[in-house]
Design a protein around this ligand. Structure first.
Ligand code: HEC
Ligand code: HEC
Length: 273
């Protein structure tokens, strides 16, 4: 009787160890997966003043995730500790062409994918604005890391990696994707594509693992223009409500929009299809 129980327990233990090993192995394989896309030459230079190039560059959400010198995006014992690293330390090793491939296709210098970073949005950035972003990145002075240690994956994070449930947006942007050259005069739809649609839908609520973002069309219609500007500048909802991640992206990124740009965004979002 005891012998049978022992055999069952030993078998279960072996099965568990095999499962843990398999999950670990598969998750490491996912992290090491490389993408075969050459970094195409990028020679566009910005014609703007450094201040205006930086202002435009800062509207594309890099700061909301990376902050000035690295930021912990999520710290959860099950999922893991996910870090958006210190750009001022990593950018110098990149060529301009590699930076463009990283931002548009989510592919790092070594050919592996970046997790979470939204290439499917950022690929819509025009060549003109990409030149602004590169000029701004090149102007950054090296800063010491704001967070100690890098990303580490917890057990649920490992399982999600093994099952390919962590977003690596290198999978979402076609290698043949052709970006637009010029920044449009009316940036409403453009900013919807590069920024807001990362978290929102126009007509339905969008549920992400970490938050729920409301449908934007009805909100753009019901906000007074001054309220909408106040939201973009301060990240606070009507009545001064804190809006979590929305407050963060507004303060880091959207506060760099001009009044005219915010009007274009509100007009595009509120337009009936
Ligand atoms: C939604 C969050 C998010 C946004 C927005 C974002 N990033 Fe990232 N980025 C990340 C994360 C997370 C990593 C680390 C991913 C990894 O190690 O695989 C990363 C990695 C990087 C790296 C380092 C790549 C390497 O070799 O390790 C650079 C450089 C970078 N991002 C630049 C940018 C720039 C420039 C922008 C704006 C145009 C931007 N990121 C926008 C989340 C983001
Ligand atoms: C990183 C994700 C993210 C991005 C990018 C983002 N939002 Fe949001 N937004 C949210 C979330 C989450 C909420 C809900 C916050 C809450 O109710 O706590 C929200 C709420 C809002 C609200 C409602 C505020 C209120 O009064 O309740 C408006 C309006 C809004 N966003 C507009 C925008 C616009 C315009 C853009 C693009 C320029 C944008 N958002 C980009 C995540 C995001």
């Amino acid at each position: 009787m005891f012998r049978i129980l022992k055999i069952i327990l030993a078998t279960l233990l072996v099965l568990c160890l095999v499962a843990v090993g398999a999950i670990y192995g598969l998750s490491e394989m996912r992290l090491a997966k490389t993408y075969d896309l050459a970094a195409a030459d990028f020679t566009v230079k910005t014609t703007l003043s450094p201040e205006e190039a930086e202002r435009r560059a800062r509207t594309f959400m890099c700061g909301g995730c990376h902050h000035d010198a690295g930021n912990v995006l999520l710290d959860d014992p099950a999922l893991g500790r996910l870090v958006a690293p210190n750009l001022t330390r990593l950018v110098p090793a990149y060529t301009d062409a590699e930076l463009v491939r990283l931002i548009r296709h989510g592919i790092k210098r070594d050919g592996t994918g970046v997790f979470i970073m939204p290439a499917s949005n950022l690929s819509n950035i025009s060549d003109e604005d990409m030149a602004d972003i590169i000029a701004w990145l090149r102007s950054l002075k090296p800063l010491p890391d704001a967070v100690q240690g890098g990303t580490s994956w917890g057990p649920v994070g490992r399982i999600a990696l093994a099952l390919d449930q962590i977003p690596f947006e290198a999978d979402d942007v076609a290698p043949t994707f052709k970006p637009v050259a010029a920044r449009p005069a009316d940036i409403g739809e453009y900013m919807w594509k590069t920024d807001c649609s990362h978290c929102h839908n126009l007509d339905t609520e969008k549920q992400s693992p970490a938050f729920k973002a409301p449908a934007l069309r009805p909100l753009a219609q019901s906000y007074q223009p001054e309220q909408f500007k106040a939201l973009m500048r301060t990240g606070k909802g009507v009545g001064g409500r804190d809006l979590g991640v929305m407050t963060e992206v507004s303060q880091w990124d959207f506060s760099h929009f001009t009044d005219a740009e915010i009007e274009q965004i509100q007009a595009y979002l509120g337009k009936e299809p």
